[in-house]
Design a protein around this ligand. Structure first.
Ligand code: G6Q
Length: 551
């Protein structure tokens, strides 16, 4: 790959300077950096929008930060931010605007797409969602036989599932406990079978969440849900019941009507909302049903606070910009392949899974906007689990393995379930982990504890492993919105520096097309024309699926 073809490297002088700077400082340790600068923690932390971010335990100096800021400026970040917020079609391969920020724009702000101010439309849908949510939550919305709804089942996949599940789990504390929520995504029949196993059709409401309303998994599950509602042992046996028990969240009115859902009960959104950026659109209807319209709007306000911060704060004080630049520093200069996000908050248990789609579907790209191959690594592999569980499994590798894994720790000063000393113990672990990763334990320290010589190397922690600590007061709907927007904008900045389209996802297409071709082949006996491996697998499946079960 030619260096000259990469705008990041060829049009920024910062890239070359960072490469040289990396060589100069790559062996400096966090111990040394802290020892020589007593003010480091204060200088390398920022507070804003309800979040406090300590990024002092990163392998950086003032010069690193200056060069990274220069990289952002030379990459045209300021004008790209303005382009996104003003509705320009920055998703060039799909010729679409990227306007999830409009979903949380307050009434009165104007954002114009194709000559139309989209903010009033956003609020009209929010109002419609609120009216519906109030009716379901109060029991005014009745099932076909006149009973109020007890269980809501969201049927969707990818962006139409991961955000809703994550937000429901995150905000469960604020949810109306008389309503139960389930989420069906996988086309594996087990998912819908288990989700409906103990439910009563008379009190169940399905939300079919699909931007396109053509996604194979979701449509297959939605049809099975319909069959279950109407034809299962205690099914309602009347087509008309669909109107009381199904609503749709989609941009495709025609397909919604074809399914039999009254388009009065359809909640719309727009092609400028990408699936993985849609949890605060109508796709978040399950969240609103759980926590109510008022708290949903508080969540939107949290998103908006981060949007404003991102749009207006100077890069030196801009949380998403700084965190994105640090991630690029590790990804492209230290060669880190992954990044761990470790929430010390049980309610955020699905946050890492949600972030995986946000980050990896957005920035898992191999060509630049120009179509030329990229010449540096793009999206890191994001992963994580809530603490402290992860400490008892994979943290060993983070502490003593051979790979550099930058970590984001997320913690809260107050627990939503304050029981005895649980929360102090939990948060002590955040601080201890970040401290241990950064400063480790030297051979001298290990020896001083009386450890036998042969055992010393096994018990040494090299340290020098970077992390950010993100602290907020308490997990509220507002803070959840702020946190999600923080990562949305981190992804944006990464994409700008790498000069890629963070908003398409062509990489998921090929597998879908091939699966559609193979389905009828599994069911028929036609001659197979794949490679020998695929042919043999299909043949084995054909043979074994019709064999009777043992016993
Ligand atoms: C997200 C992707 C993808 C999408 C799903 C579901 O950015 O586009 O995960 O959300 O494929 O699509 P539908 O909402 O159209 O069913």
């Amino acid at each position: 790959m030619s260096q000259a073809m990469n705008p990041t490297r060829s049009t920024t002088t910062a890239w070359a300077s960072l490469t040289a700077h990396f060589e100069a400082i790559k062996d400096r340790t966090l111990r040394e950096l802290f020892d020589t600068d007593p003010e480091r923690a204060a200088r390398y932390s920022l507070e804003g929008t309800g979040l406090f971010v300590d990024f002092s335990k990163n392998r950086i100096t003032d010069e690193t930060l200056q060069l990274l800021q220069r990289l952002a400026k030379e990459s045209g970040l300021r004008s790209k931010i303005d382009a996104m917020f003003s509705g320009e079609k920055i998703n060039i391969t799909e010729n679409r605007a990227v306007l999830h920020v409009a979903l949380r724009a307050p009434k009165g702000e104007a954002i114009i797409v194709d000559g139309v101010d989209v903010v009033p439309e956003v609020h009209a849908v929010l109002d419609k969602m609120s009216g519906f949510a109030d009716r379901v939550r109060s029991g005014d919305w009745k099932g076909f036989t006149g009973k109020p709804i007890k269980t809501v089942v969201n049927v969707g996949i990818g962006g139409s599932d991961l955000g809703p599940v994550m937000a429901y789990e995150a905000l469960r504390h604020y949810s109306q406990r008389s309503l139960a929520f389930r989420f069906v995504s996988n086309v594996d029949g087990t998912d819908i079978a288990e989700a409906t196993y103990d439910l009563d059709p008379e009190t169940t409401l399905f939300l079919v969440a699909s931007k396109t309303f053509t996604t194979l998994e979701t449509m297959t599950n939605a049809h099975s849900a319909r069959t279950w509602l109407l034809e299962s042992a205690n099914g309602l046996k009347n087509e008309k019941a669909v109107a009381n028990h199904f609503v749709a969240i989609s941009t495709n009115e025609k397909e919604v009507a074809k399914f039999g859902i009254d388009t009065e009960n359809m909640f719309g959104f727009w092609d400028w909302v990408g699936g993985r950026y849609s949890m605060d659109s109508a796709i978040g209807l399950s969240t609103m049903l759980a926590i109510g319209p008022e708290k949903f709007r508080q969540m939107l306000a949290g998103f908006h606070a981060m949007d404003d911060h991102f749009r207006t704060a100077p890069f030196e004080e801009n949380l998403p910009v700084i965190m994105a630049l640090l991630s690029i520093w590790y990804n492209d200069f230290f060669g880190a392949q992954t990044a761990a996000v470790l929430p010390y908050e049980q309610y955020l248990k699905r946050f890492p899974a949600y972030l995986q789609q946000l980050t990896m579907e957005s920035n898992g790209k191999h060509v630049q906007l120009s179509g030329d191959p990229v010449t540096q690594n793009t999206g890191a592999i994001y992963w994580g689990e809530p603490g402290t569980n992860g400490q008892h499994s994979f943290y060993q590798l983070i502490h003593q393995g051979t790979r550099l894994i930058p970590c984001d720790f997320i913690g809260f000063s107050r627990s939503l379930n304050p029981i005895d000393t649980h929360h102090d113990i939990l948060i002590a672990n955040v601080f201890a982990q970040a401290e241990a990763l950064a400063f480790g334990k030297t051979a001298e320290q290990v020896k001083a504890e009386g450890t036998a010589d042969w055992l010393v190397p096994h018990r040494v922690f090299e340290g020098n492993r970077p992390s950010n600590v993100i602290l907020a007061k308490e997990l509220t709907p507002e803070i959840l919105g702020t946190l999600v927007a923080l990562y949305e904008h981190i992804v944006f900045v990464q994409g700008v520096v790498w000069q890629i389209d963070s908003f398409d996802q062509w990489g998921v297409e090929l597998g879908k097309v091939l699966a559609n071709r193979i389905v009828p082949e599994l069911q028929g006996q036609d001659e197979l024309k794949h490679d020998s491996s695929t042919n043999a697998l299909i043949e084995r499946y054909r043979k074994t699926r019709s064999e009777s079960r043992p016993g």
